[in-house]
Design a protein around this ligand. Structure first.
Ligand code: 5RP
Length: 225
């Protein structure tokens, strides 16, 4: 099975977990696409009555095409369950997210959810976080100064660029600086340092947020709690 088939497997499996009359946070990325499509099918075929809270414009567009009604996080009291992808997950369920530049809304939605589920193919499971570049969302004003501080700290930063070599803008109009750390010895200490920098809006370390991980494997989806 290739990576896309594993992503499809977990997206479809997660869609089965969604109960009628619930409010569901919908993450962002290629794995979540499969989830949203499978949920759209359930809405059409089973008349499943759910409300989605999206984490990006891209997911909003897809969910609307799939017939899922949407509300913003501020319009709901609480989200019952959020399902999202991840870029890396360590054995103790800590994660790096933001490969799709949606980390800010993803973290807002996740922290307002009773339950968080990550759906990943097996390549995302790691002993230690850090091989995947850690995204940090920064406001454009002063971002070069933050970049230089990250350089001095030895974080090997790069601005994320678009295909035409412009600085990538998030849905909130911010920039992403990716930190090429290789290994993160103490994710909590790094998270605290990053968020204390003025101009940093959010970072891609998602710590102590997730309850369940569904992993795609050639023998079928494994639900780990
Ligand atoms: C977007 C994310 C994604 O969930 C993460 O990058 C995984 O993406 P994919 O499912 O395409 O591998 O954090 O900001």
């Amino acid at each position: 099975m290739n990576q896309n088939q594993l992503k499809q497997q977990v997206g479809q499996k997660a869609a089965e977990l969604v109960e009628d009359q619930t409010i569901v946070g919908l993450g962002t990325g290629s794995t979540v696409r499969y989830l949203v499509e499978a949920l759209g099918k359930r809405v059409a075929e089973e008349k499943l009555n759910i409300t989605g809270v999206v984490t990006s414009n891209a997911t909003a567009d897809l969910a609307q095409k799939c017939g899922i009604k949407l509300k913003s996080v501020d319009e709901v009291e609480q989200i019952d369950m959020t399902i999202d992808g991840a870029d890396e997950i360590s054995a103790d369920f800590q994660g790096i997210k933001g490969g799709g530049a949606a980390l800010l809304f993803e973290k807002i939605v996740a922290t307002n959810s009773k339950k968080n589920v990550w759906i990943v193919d097996q390549s995302k499971l790691k002993k230690q976080l850090g091989a995947f570049p850690l995204p940090v969302e920064v406001i454009p004003y002063g971002s070069q100064k933050i970049f230089e501080r990250f350089q001095q700290a030895g974080y090997q930063p790069t601005f994320r660029l678009t295909a035409d070599q412009q600085k990538k803008k998030t849905d909130s109009g911010n920039f992403i600086i990716d930190l090429h750390l290789q290994q993160i010895e103490n994710p909590q200490a790094l998270a605290t340092k990053l968020i204390q920098q003025v101009g940093v809006v959010e970072h891609g370390l998602f710590l102590n947020l997730v309850n369940t991980v569904i992993v795609g494997t050639p023998t079928g989806p494994q639900v780990i709690t």
